[in-house]
Ligand binder design. Structure first.
Ligand code: SAH
Length: 204
């Protein structure tokens, strides 16, 4: 996975590559998908949702440039796989998932692997998590119609927000930084994510 899917496609961040070599992706999929856990595609995780393709996860983490001092917010816990990677890379991860069943499974997988710097909440992540804001970095694993204002608001000055923005069929993965309180868009990569369902996302 690391060689053919990440290195060959240009992922260079050593911390990201090391974290991806360490976190056992098969622990985040159902037993029936274990044999395919390291394949080059997303896989079903229940509730009509998917665990993201390894390359996309690596790309998002590389764009986010998390440091070990950072407090990060993740929207769309899903399987908890990317949450585990963020836990390896940062000081603390707050992660929000709208499906309680997925949040519970992710929590169990993360506990089994011994991660203690993760807080998972069930709710609408499109509104962020104001109680713990501001964040050094925010990563959204579901597609938003526009940049969700609450999330930008909860980003620290100089912080980085990685979010897929666009119509439900296809989006651009955007890197937005906060400079003098304003959003600066610096990267746009075509992508396709499940929709962000919520107040500042799409309607259910
Ligand atoms: N990185 C995760 C991706 C999961 S897919 C993984 O690799 O497993 C995206 C997740 O976002 C889904 O689980 C979906 O239920 C969740 N989601 C969608 N809208 C949401 C919202 N408003 N708040 C929180 N989670 C949301």
């Amino acid at each position: 996975m690391i060689d053919t899917q990440l290195l060959q496609r240009g992922i260079r961040d050593e911390r990201v590559l090391t974290a991806m070599a360490r976190v056992p992706r098969h622990e985040f999929v159902a037993d029936s998908y274990r044999a395919q856990a390291y394949d080059d595609n997303p896989l079903p995780i229940g509730e009509g949702q998917t665990i993201s393709q390894p390359y996309i996860v690596a790309l998002m983490l590389e764009m986010l440039e998390v440091s070990e001092e950072d407090i990060v917010l993740e929207i769309g816990t899903g399987s908890g796989y990317q949450t585990a990677l963020l836990a390896q890379l940062s000081r603390h991860v707050y992660s929000i998932e709208r499906h309680a069943t997925l949040a519970a499974k992710a929590q169990a997988a993360l506990a089994k692997l011994g991660y203690t710097n993760v807080t998972i909440e069930v709710g609408d992540g499109s509104k962020g998590l104001s109680a713990h804001a501001p964040f050094d970095g925010i990563v959204v694993s579901a597609a938003a119609p526009d940049l969700p204002p609450a999330l930008f608001e909860q980003l620290k000055e100089g912080g980085r927000l990685v979010v897929p923005v666009g119509p439900t069929e296809a989006q651009f993965l955007q890197l937005v930084t906060k400079k003098e309180g304003k959003p600066v868009l610096s990267e746009q990569i075509p992508c396709r994510f499940v929709p962000l369902i919520g107040e500042q996302g799409y309607r259910a």
